[in-house]
Design a protein around this ligand. Structure first.
Ligand code: SF4
Length: 284
C-alpha cells in the first residue's frame, strides 16, 4: 500500500481542504485523546507502531512527486509520538521531502521543536492542536499528549525561528472548553500564531463512549444537546445553530487579535477569513 495517499478519500462534502496528500509515519497514536475518531477505523488505534520499511518506501514515492504538492503529516496519528525521539522517522520523512513537497505538520507534541533546523529550511507550516489551557483538564482529555504549556512554548520557538504556525482549536466541546475560547486564542496570538482552525466535537460510537466514561458529570447534558443535532454518516453533530454560534465566537476572538480563521468540516465556509482552512496558506 502507498504511503502518500490522497487526503479525504471519502470526499466529505463539508471538507474545504485544498488538494493534498497525507503521510503517517506511524500507525495509531499514543496520545489517546478521548474525543479521537481514529479508533473507529484503525484497529488498536491508541497503540502507536512505526510503519514498516518507511524511509526506503518514501524515498521511492517522493522521487515520483511532481510540482511540490502539499503533504499533510499527519491526519490519523501524531508525527511526534514519544517513539520518534529514538526512531527519527518523521525527521527522516522531512529530509526526504525537502525540495519535493510543501509540508503541513499537525501535532500536539513539543518534540516538533527538535526538527527546527529542517523545518526552517522547508516550505512548511506547523499546526498545533490546543483544546484547553488547564493542565488537569488536558490530562483527562488527552492523557498521552504533552501539556498545553509545552505546546505553547514550542509554538513560540517555531515562530521565533520563522516557521509559520497555526493552532487547531479543535474540538470545542460544549460545557467543557467553550468557556476558554478567548483565552485560547489570546494564548495562540501571544505565541506568534497567525491562523486558527476550529471545529466542534463530532462523536462516533467509540469516542462517545470514552467521553461518557471520562466525563460522567458532563455527559447527560452533552447527550441532550447532541440528541437535538443531526447524524452524518457515522458521526453525531451538534444542532447547526449551536455549531455556528461556537464558530462565530472563535472567529470574533481571532479577528479582534488580527488572526485569520477557518472552520473544519462544519459547513460554514462563509465564516472563513483565510485562503485555506487547514493553515497551509501560511507556507511561504
Ligand atoms: S493526537 Fe490526534 S490522532 Fe492522536 S489520539 Fe489525539 S486526536 Fe487522535
Amino acid at each position: 500500500m502507498e504511503l502518500l495517499r490522497e487526503f479525504d478519500p471519502w470526499r466529505d462534502p463539508l471538507c474545504t481542504c485544498p488538494p493534498k496528500l497525507s503521510l503517517n509515519p506511524y500507525t495509531g497514536c499514543p496520545h489517546a485523546c478521548l474525543y479521537c475518531y481514529i479508533t473507529s477505523y484503525i484497529p488498536h488505534g491508541f497503540q502507536c507502531r512505526p510503519k514498516k520499511d518507511l524511509l526506503r518506501r518514501l524515498e521511492g514515492e517522493a522521487g515520483r512527486l511532481e510540482g511540490e504538492p502539499l503533504i499533510s503529516m499527519c491526519n490519523s496519528s501524531d508525527p511526534y509520538p514519544p517513539q520518534e525521539r529514538e526512531l527519527l522517522l518523521t525527521r527522516g520523512c522531512l529530509e526526504r521531502l525537502r525540495g519535493r513537497a510543501r509540508v503541513l505538520v499537525v501535532t500536539k507534541s513539543d518534540l516538533v521543536v527538535r526538527d527546527l533546523d529542517l523545518l526552517s529550511r522547508l516550505p512548511c507550516t506547523v499546526s498545533m492542536t490546543l483544546t484547553t489551557l488547564k493542565p488537569g483538564l488536558a490530562r483527562r482529555l488527552e492523557p498521552g499528549a504533552p501539556p498545553p504549556e509545552r505546546r505553547l512554548k514550542a509554538l513560540r520557538k517555531l515562530s521565533d525561528a520563522g516557521v509559520p504556525v497555526s493552532v487547531r482549536l479543535d474540538p470545542l466541546i460544549p460545557g467543557l472548553n467553550e468557556g476558554e475560547i478567548r483565552d485560547l486564542v489570546e494564548a495562540a496570538a501571544s505565541a506568534g500564531v497567525g491562523h486558527v482552525t476550529s471545529s466542534t466535537f463530532k462523536p462516533r460510537a467509540d469516542s462517545w463512549e470514552r467521553m461518557r466514561r471520562g466525563f460522567p458529570e458532563l455527559f447527560p447534558r452533552l447527550r441532550e444537546l447532541y440528541l437535538k443535532g443531526e447524524r452524518r454518516k457515522r458521526s453525531l453533530y451538534l444542532p447547526r445553530e449551536r455549531r455556528r454560534e461556537l464558530m462565530e465566537r472563535v472567529r470574533e476572538a481571532c479577528l479582534s487579535l488580527g488572526l485569520t480563521f477557518s472552520t473544519c468540516r462544519e459547513g460554514f465556509p462563509d465564516l472563513h477569513t483565510s485562503r485555506s482552512c487547514d493553515g497551509s496558506h501560511l507556507i511561504g
